[in-house]
Write a protein that binds this ligand. Structure first.
Ligand SMILES: [Zn+2]
Length: 640
C-alpha cells in the first residue's frame, strides 16, 4: 500500500518537474528569439503561445512514454525510487534531444520558422522527433537491461549533459560561420572595393528616391543621394536566372544560356514540355572572373536556388554562400534518406531560399574576416520575393483576387521593401565600420520587378497567382521589366547626379569595369555609361526575353515605345509609354512609324540571337542535372 502511494507521489512529482522543465526551455527559447531581434511580427505572434502549448504537450507525452518504457527493465526489482529516477532521466534525455532538434530547425530553416507551427509541418516534425526519441529510449532501456539500472543512470546522465552542451553550442555558435574562410593571399593592391547589393524583385517605383512619397526607404535613398541614380533601367529578363546572368556577363539570355530552354514543335506549333535546362555556361566571362583577374577577392552571398552554384554562378567566386549547399546538412540528408520526397517536402517547404537576416549576417561575418583585402562582395536579398503573399496565408496565395486582395498585398509588398531597405542599411553600417569603406563603390540594383495585378496575362484557367497578374516571370510589362540602378562611387569621385536616359542591366558591368579602372578581355553587349561623364545621349534599345511561366516572348523598349513579340502565335503588342505608361492600350493593329522601326530592330536582334544560339549549341556540351539538383528544382516548381 505504502509502495503504491509512494509510486503515485513520485509519478506526480516527476510530471510536475517535466512541466516546469519544459516551461524553462520555452522561456530560454523565447529569450533567444528576442535576443536575435527577429522583427517578423508573425513570429512574435506564434512563438510565445503556440510554442508554450507545444512544449507543455510534449512534456506530458514524453513523460508518459519515458514512464511506460522505463518500467520494462525494472519490473523485477520493483524499486519505485529507482523506477522514478529511470523515467525521469529517460524523459530528460528525450526532451533535450527534441529541444536540440527544434533549435536546429529554427536556426537553419529561417524560412520555415513562421510555418513550422502549422499542422502538417508540425506533425511531420513530431513524427521525426518522436522516432529519434523512441530510438534513444529503447537504447537506454536495452542498456538498463544489460548492465543494470545503476550504470544506465550514469550513461543517461552523460547523454543528458552532452545534449545540454549541444543546445548551448548550437545557440552560441553557428556551424556555417566556422566555414567562412579568411583570405590570406597578399591581395593588397590599391583600388576601390566593390559591393553589389541586388534586391531580388524590387520595383523602383516603390523607392523614395524614385519618387514614391508613401514609402520609407532612407538607406537606399541615401545611396542614391550620394551617387548616380539611373531613372530608367530595364532588365533583360523578367526572372532571376536569366536576368542575374545578364547582369553578371553583359550578355542576353540567348547568349549566356541561363534561361528556360524549350523547343518548338513545328507540326503542332506547340512548345515542348517547359524545362529549366539552361545554366550560366562556363564559356561566359562573369563580373567575378573579371574582378578576380584584377586582384579582387570575390564573395557571393546568394539566397535563391535559381542562382545556385550548380547553375554556374560560382565562376570566379572565391567564397560562395550557397543557400542550397549550406543547408544540406546531416539531418536533412538523414530525413530525405528515410522518407524520400514526401516528409522532406513537408519539413522543408521552402528551405532552398534564405532570408535577408541570414544573408546579411553571413555577409557581415565574411566582411569581418576579410576586410583587409581588396574585395568584391555581392549580396543578394530575397525578402521582397513572394513572401509578402504570406499575408493571405500560405494556401490562399492560389485563391487571391484583385478585387479582394489588391490593397492588402500592395501594402504587404511595401512592408517587405521597407524591411529590405533596413537590411541594406544594416549591411552598409557594417561596411562603414571597416577600414576601407571610403574606398568602396556600392552598386544597388534588382533582377526584375513584380506584378501587383497591373496586367492579367491569362484570363481563362487562372490557376496560379502569376496567372492573375501577381509575381514575375510571366510578362515584360514595366512593373516587371523596370529595375532600380544606383551606383555610388567612393567619396567625391563623382558628383551625385541623376541619369534620365534609358539604360539596361547589361550596361552595369562595362560601366563598373570603367569606373574601377580595371581591364577586361570580355566583349560586352552593354555600354559603358560613364563615357562623356554620363552625358552621352545615344538611345539604347532595351531587349528582354526568356519568360518563366508561359510561351516565350521577346521585347524591345526604346524612345518611349515598347514592342512585345510572341513568337509562338506571332502576335504583337505595341505601347506608347509616354501617353500610356500603364501599357493598357495595344496599338499593334495601327500603322505607326515608331512601331515599324521597333519591329525591324527587334527582328534583327532576334535573328542575331538565334544565330548565336545555334552556334553556341554546337560548342557547348550538354550537361545533365544530377537527380538531387532536379529534385531541388522540382520541389520549387521550376521543373515539371
Ligand atoms: Zn528574382
Amino acid at each position: 500500500m505504502k509502495n503504491h502511494v509512494e509510486r503515485r507521489l513520485g509519478f506526480g512529482a516527476a510530471l510536475v518537474f517535466a512541466l516546469l522543465f519544459n516551461t524553462i526551455l520555452w522561456m530560454i527559447e523565447t529569450l533567444v528569439f528576442f535576443a536575435q531581434k527577429i522583427v517578423n511580427p508573425r513570429i512574435w505572434f506564434y512563438l510565445p503561445w503556440k510554442s508554450l502549448a507545444l512544449y507543455l504537450g510534449a512534456a506530458v507525452i514524453f513523460f508518459l512514454v519515458a514512464f511506460a518504457l522505463s518500467r520494462i527493465p525494472l519490473r523485477r526489482k520493483r524499486d519505485t525510487i529507482h523506477n522514478n529516477r529511470v523515467f525521469l532521466r529517460g524523459y530528460l534525455v528525450l526532451t533535450l534531444l527534441a529541444y536540440f532538434l527544434s533549435l536546429y530547425f529554427m536556426k537553419f530553416r529561417p524560412r520555415l520558422a513562421p510555418h513550422w507551427y502549422h499542422f502538417p509541418s508540425l506533425a511531420a516534425l513530431l513524427i521525426v522527433t518522436a522516432g529519434t526519441i523512441g530510438l534513444a529510449i529503447i537504447l537506454s532501456g536495452l542498456i538498463a537491461v544489460r548492465i543494470g539500472p545503476g550504470r544506465s543512470f550514469t550513461i543517461m546522465r552523460w547523454i543528458a549533459i552532452l545534449a545540454i552542451a549541444f543546445c548551448f553550442l548550437n545557440t552560441a555558435f553557428d556551424i556555417n560561420e566556422m566555414s567562412i574562410p579568411r583570405i590570406t593571399q597578399g591581395k593588397t593592391t590599391p583600388g576601390p572595393n566593390l559591393v553589389v547589393i541586388l534586391v531580388d524583385t524590387l520595383r523602383p517605383d516603390f523607392l523614395g528616391c524614385y519618387g514614391n512619397p508613401d514609402i520609407r526607404t532612407p538607406n537606399i535613398d541615401r545611396l542614391a543621394g550620394e551617387g548616380i541614380l539611373f531613372r530608367e533601367c530595364v532588365s533583360q529578363a523578367p526572372w532571376t536566372l536569366p536576368s542575374l546572368a545578364s547582369f553578371l556577363t553583359s550578355k542576353y539570355p540567348s547568349q549566356h544560356g541561363a534561361e528556360r530552354q524549350r523547343t518548338l514543335d513545328k507540326t503542332t506549333a506547340k512548345e515542348s514540355e517547359i524545362l529549366l535546362s539552361g545554366w550560366l555556361q562556363n564559356d561566359n566571362l562573369t563580373l567575378f572572373e573579371i574582378l578576380k583577374e584584377n586582384g579582387y577577392a570575390t564573395a557571393f552571398f546568394q539566397p535563391n536556388i535559381t542562382a545556385a552554384s550548380f547553375l554556374g554562378f560560382d565562376q570566379g567566386v572565391d567564397y560562395f554562400f550557397d543557400a542550397f549547399k549550406n543547408k544540406r546538412l546531416i539531418w536533412e540528408d538523414a530525413v530525405s534518406a528515410l522518407s524520400k520526397e514526401k516528409i522532406n517536402d513537408l519539413l522543408y517547404p521552402r528551405f532552398l531560399y534564405a532570408d535577408n537576416r541570414r544573408v546579411v549576417a553571413y555577409a557581415k561575418k565574411w566582411l569581418k574576416r576579410n576586410e583587409r583585402v581588396k574585395y568584391c562582395l555581392f549580396v543578394m536579398l530575397l525578402d521582397c520575393h513572394e513572401y509578402y503573399l504570406d499575408v493571405v496565408g500560405y494556401k490562399n496565395r492560389f485563391l487571391v483576387s484583385k478585387d479582394s486582395h489588391r490593397d492588402l498585398l500592395v501594402k504587404a509588398y511595401k512592408d517587405h521593401v521597407e524591411k529590405s531597405d533596413r537590411d541594406v542599411g544594416a549591411l552598409i553600417s557594417a561596411l562603414s565600420e571597416t577600414n576601407r569603406f571610403k574606398q568602396t563603390m556600392i552598386l544597388l540594383t534588382a533582377d526584375h520587378g513584380e506584378g501587383l495585378f497591373e496586367h492579367v496575362p491569362r484570363s481563362e484557367s487562372q490557376v496560379a497567382f502569376w496567372d492573375k497578374g501577381l509575381y514575375h516571370g510571366q510578362t515584360v510589362y514595366d512593373e516587371i521589366a523596370k529595375i532600380p540602378l544606383i551606383i555610388t562611387p567612393p567619396e567625391a569621385a563623382y558628383r551625385p547626379r541623376e541619369v534620365s536616359r534609358q539604360v539596361r542591366s547589361i550596361d552595369a558591368l562595362p560601366t563598373l569595369v570603367s569606373l574601377l579602372h580595371i581591364k577586361s578581355q570580355g566583349s560586352f553587349e552593354g555600354t559603358d555609361l560613364s563615357r562623356d561623364d554620363f552625358q552621352e545621349s545615344d538611345a539604347l534599345p532595351a531587349f528582354s526575353e526568356s519568360v518563366l511561366e508561359y510561351p516565350e516572348i521577346k521585347s524591345v523598349r526604346k524612345g518611349g515605345w515598347k514592342l512585345i513579340y510572341h513568337p509562338l502565335s506571332g502576335a504583337e503588342e505595341l505601347y506608347d509609354l509616354r501617353r500610356d505608361p500603364l501599357e493598357g492600350t495595344n496599338l499593334a493593329g495601327q500603322q505607326s512609324a515608331a512601331g515599324d522601326s521597333l519591329r525591324r530592330e527587334l527582328f534583327d536582334w532576334v535573328a542575331r540571337m538565334d544565330k548565336e544560339k545555334i552556334k553556341n549549341a554546337e560548342s557547348r556540351k550538354k550537361r545533365e542535372l544530377t537527380r538531387e539538383e532536379k529534385d531541388a528544382l522540382k520541389s520549387l516548381g521550376y521543373i515539371r
